[in-house]
Design a protein around this ligand. Sequence first.
Ligand SMILES: C[S@@+](CC[C@H](N)C(=O)[O-])C[C@H]1O[C@@H](n2cnc3c(N)ncnc32)[C@H](O)[C@@H]1O
Length: 273
Amino acid sequence: MDKSVSESITDIMKRQVDAFKHAKKPTQKPHEEQKRAKKRKRTEKKLRPAEVELKSSRFRWLNELLYTSDSKSSFQYFKDNEGCFQDYHDGFKNQVKKWPKNPVDIFITELKKEKYSSKVIADLGCGEGNLELEIKKHDPNREIYSYDIGKINEHVIQADIAHLPLEDNSVDIAIFSLSLMSTNFLDHLLEANRILKVDGLLFVAEVSSRLEINKFVSLLHKFGFKKKKVGQIKTFFYVMTFQSFKANKKKVKKVLKETNPDDYLTPCKYKKR
Ligand SMILES: C[S@@+](CC[C@H](N)C(=O)[O-])C[C@H]1O[C@@H](n2cnc3c(N)ncnc32)[C@H](O)[C@@H]1O
């Protein structure tokens, strides 16, 4: 081989070996990137607009208010401070984005089924009332009533679910989707049992960390709800179905007197980001 050609090939190889030696080791790269990402996050946090911070702390405050007050006081608060309910639900929607699945979607999918088409449904603590909207998109003739302490959509009926404007035994299916929030939630169970027909269904979704499942199921039995099905969404939520029966009124009154609601559902608090 021509000497000048072989020399230039040697030079090229040497350059490549040098370049390889001086290149950053691949194991160093992610570490550097991690450091840069952490720094970026710190800077973003510092620069996060005050408005966003204020909104999320406002949500946490309102959420805590709902979990630590009786329904009469919460109802009055949201009546006197109408805009707050929208703030609460903006914050709630942000929380939902972080969940593996929104429990209310499980109820929506179930209730769209043909077998429920003639059933009267009451969504108790409906929030924005999406359950009614979604099911009616699928079948506009369904009879659904959506109740909440606050009203941010036209179809929502503003009411405290401890005192519903519904006749006794008038509903086939009642739903508490993350809405057993008030300190007097036992009154909500009582009210659900009043409006439900015998053998009606009660759907309940709750944050798993709020309850001990066997204790909760036995409490519901005392209020006239027999367990049909209990499932979980990962470790986040319990999704339960009960069948109603008419519990002895005297016994229920006694249970109501003797039961400390905090022993069955603890308030759910969202972490500060
Ligand atoms: C966490 S949000 C869930 C909303 C909706 N059920 C869902 O799953 O998307 C709970 C809702 O229950 C309502 N709520 C809590 N206690 C209530 C009460 N005593 N009467 C009426 N609504 C109530 C709150 O105002 C809130 O809109």
